[in-house]
Design a protein around this ligand. Structure first.
Ligand code: DX5
Ligand code: ZN
Length: 208
């Protein structure tokens, strides 16, 4: 069963609570939270206060994708804000094993995200510690970008090494989802394909 994780980056932020209720009712499995710091990526989004706010609105699994430098300094705040899973970028971590242990010390699932040019081999020392690997199929930073097929081959490489879940993020829509599903993805993140659709339920069903 493939899980669908709408990214609220593409939601209507003037009506965030209503948007979250709408994706709950439309059958979303997880909520994907794109945290960007204006350093690791050029764009800037939101911090722990918004995660805490979303936590108050919904019981859904909160999947926090940290696109930030020095994530080790922020894990505690995103954990206490109510994240269920915290995913850090391999490119932003000097010491992956210790940050994964830190995430787990708060009782949270731990994930590592790989930007399109980052090879799976960076996970060599942490295969046993991973709950999830997030394969980016766009360069992190913005919603609504075109899907890059190159990173899809990483899914099989990850599955050969670990029983962890594989999540795919960036440019997922009705056209690209079949390719990543066939490659073995467990979770599909989608921002614009859901929030720019007039019917969220239909959009989620189509991706499923
Ligand atoms: C990009 C983010 C994605 C993005 C997905 O840096 O990590 O989660 O919001 O948006 P779409 O589905 O529009 O590519
Ligand atoms: Zn994301």
């Amino acid at each position: 069963m493939t899980l669908i994780a709408p990214s609220i980056l593409s939601a209507d932020w003037a009506h965030l609570e209503a948007e979250i209720r709408a994706i709950e009712q439309a059958g979303a499995d997880w909520i994907h939270l794109d945290v960007m710091d204006g350093h690791f990526v050029p764009n800037l989004t939101f911090g722990p206060k918004v995660v805490e706010t979303v936590r108050k609105i919904t019981p859904l699994f909160l999947d926090t994708h940290l696109m930030i430098t020095h994530p080790e300094q922020w894990v505690e705040r995103y954990a206490k804000a109510g994240s269920d899973q915290i995913t850090i970028h391999a490119e932003a971590c000097a010491d992956l094993p210790s940050i994964l242990a830190l995430i787990k010390s708060f009782g949270k699932k731990a994930g590592v995200a790989l930007s399109p040019d980052t090879p799976v081999t960076v996970l060599e020392r942490v295969w046993a510690d991973l709950d999830c690997v997030l394969v980016m199929t766009v360069h992190p930073g913005f919603g609504g970008q075109a899907f890059m097929p190159g990173p899809v081959s990483k899914i099989a490489q990850i599955k050969a090494k670990s029983k962890c879940l594989v999540e795919v993020d960036g440019g997922i829509n009705a056209k690209t989802a079949p390719m990543v599903w066939a490659a073995g993805a467990d979770i599909l993140v989608a921002g614009s394909a859901i929030f720019e659709s007039p019917d969220y339920k239909q959009a989620i069903l189509t991706l499923r």
